[in-house]
Design a protein around this ligand. Structure first.
Ligand SMILES: Nc1ccn([C@@H]2O[C@H](COP(=O)(O)OP(=O)(O)OP(=O)(O)O)[C@@H](O)[C@H]2O)c(=O)n1
Ligand SMILES: C[C@](O)(CO)[C@H](O)COP(=O)(O)O
Length: 400
């Protein structure tokens, strides 16, 4: 079982997680972060470490089913045993160490189940220190905040010098025989409640080496810690970018001007329609409505409604832009292609772009107007009508 392995492991998971609250789905080591139970994430890092041999997970007697469900499906579980813990972390570690009494491995690492962001680098540095001859190794992070001592009234009683002060993390590493003996002695000889195993090693006179911990190797203590861990592991949110297209055509009849993209152009024909028949603005109105699936221009402005007779089409486009914005969208660009044999669009393009920019309240560089003839074929080629196609891009949500 331990062929080629460098250390045995105790993972303590018998706590009740009272500071994190105890919801129906069990104590914090069984809560989900990024869709995984905390304890499963923790175990996987060790199961994947080439130096890790026997593993004892110390659980609470009430949690057998929760544990089985949480770790079910992990690879390498044949190396993992469970034992029941005690009323304190210290008692739970002791139970874990006793369960390893037959281990052939010289070193043991002791880790909190609720430190799921432990890394191979942290483990390797602990192992290096043990292999270099230290009896114990402690991953630690220098304290960065100024430390204060508070008094019973909730006021500051003093500032604690932080030079040489470290936050202790796990996994803490030891010679197995030495830490097992130190734990047994501590149990027999002192009432002191030790909050970590290096404190027991120190008490027993063992030499403890500091190794690099990492800020990310946080102990999930409160429900806020669990929420932060979940957020950290959440898949990156993709931007909600939506594109809509629109198409419109109106018949040409004898007249003196056409209105295209909000610009009146003198011409020997006019566009026939219920409103001002501006195909460019109508196509773009549909494109914008499409970005939030808000139907089409006919749904909002029925041709049967007399109030829209001869209406200027910027009303329709302004309405569509309002719907988009109400839905949380930001209009990124608008592009209109006019299909007309005549009049010539080129000389009016800039004015049309400015007209779109003003109606949509976006910059001109986000508004494009293009034109093409229909090579004298089809209804547009025979000057029977003018068509327009339009595309709009809108970004919705947090990325807007
Ligand atoms: N009797 C105990 C107490 C704690 N632990 C384990 O020790 C680790 C660190 O302890 P802590 O964060 O204090 O966990 P809890 O004791 O569960 O938390 P609380 O004090 O809020 O109840 C956890 O993995 C926890 O499950 C344990 O195995 N047995
Ligand atoms: C062992 C430990 O994680 C080191 O920082 C910590 O002491 C355990 O937390 P507890 O709240 O004291 O049980």
């Amino acid at each position: 079982m331990n062929d080629g392995h460098e250390f045995a492991l105790v993972v303590v998971a018998a706590g009740r997680g009272e500071r994190a609250g105890s919801p129906a789905n069990g104590p914090k080591q069984y809560r989900l972060i990024g869709g995984w139970p905390v304890i499963a994430r923790t175990l996987v890092t060790f199961l994947d470490h080439p130096g890790c041999g026997d593993i004892v997970v110390v659980i609470h007697p009430d949690d057998e089913a929760l544990y089985a469900k949480a770790v079910g499906g992990l690879k390498g579980l044949d190396r993992v045993r469970t034992v029941f813990g005690g009323a304190t972390r210290q008692a739970s570690v002791r139970a874990g160490l006793q369960a390893l009494s037959a281990t052939s491995l010289q070193h043991v690492l002791i880790h909190d189940a609720v430190r799921p962001f432990v890394s191979h680098a942290i483990i390797d540095d602990v192992l290096e220190a043990l292999k270099a001859g230290h009896s114990a190794a402690l991953p630690a992070v220098a304290v960065a905040d100024t430390l204060k001592r508070g008094d019973a009234s909730g006021c500051i009683a003093g500032t604690v010098p932080r030079d040489g002060v470290f936050g202790a993390q796990t996994p803490q590493g030891f010679g197995y025989a030495e830490i097992a003996a130190a734990h047994a002695r501590a149990e027999a000889e002192t009432e002191t409640a030790f909050t970590d195993d290096c404190a027991i090693a120190e008490w027993a006179g063992l030499n403890v080496r500091l190794t690099p911990g990492h800020a990310s190797n946080v102990k999930l203590t409160t429900s806020g810690d669990i929420a932060m861990a979940d957020e950290k592991l959440a898949p990156a949110r993709l931007p909600d970018v939506r594109t809509g297209n629109g198409y419109d055509v109106h018949r040409l009849v004898p007249g003196s001007f056409v209105t295209l993209c909000g610009v009146e152009i003198p011409h020997d024909q006019r566009l026939d329609g219920h409103s001002d028949a501006d195909v460019g603005l109508h196509a773009l109105t549909d494109a914008l409505l499409a970005t939030c699936a808000a139907g089409d221009i006919g749904d909002h402005f029925p041709p049967s409604d007399p109030q829209w007779r001869g209406a200027a089409s910027h009303i329709f486009l302004t309405h569509a832009a309002g719907i988009v914005r109400k839905a949380g969208g930001v209009i990124m660009n608008a592009d209109v292609t006019l299909i007309a044999e005549a009049p010539k669009i080129g000389p009016h393009r800039q004015e049309m772009r400015e007209s779109l920019a003003s109606i949509l309240d976006i910059s001109v560089d986000r508004c494009s107007v293009k034109a093409t003839t229909n090579e004298t074929i089809g209804f547009a080629g025979r000057r029977e009508g003018i068509a327009a196609i339009a595309t709009a891009t809108v970004v919705f949500g947090d990325y807007a």
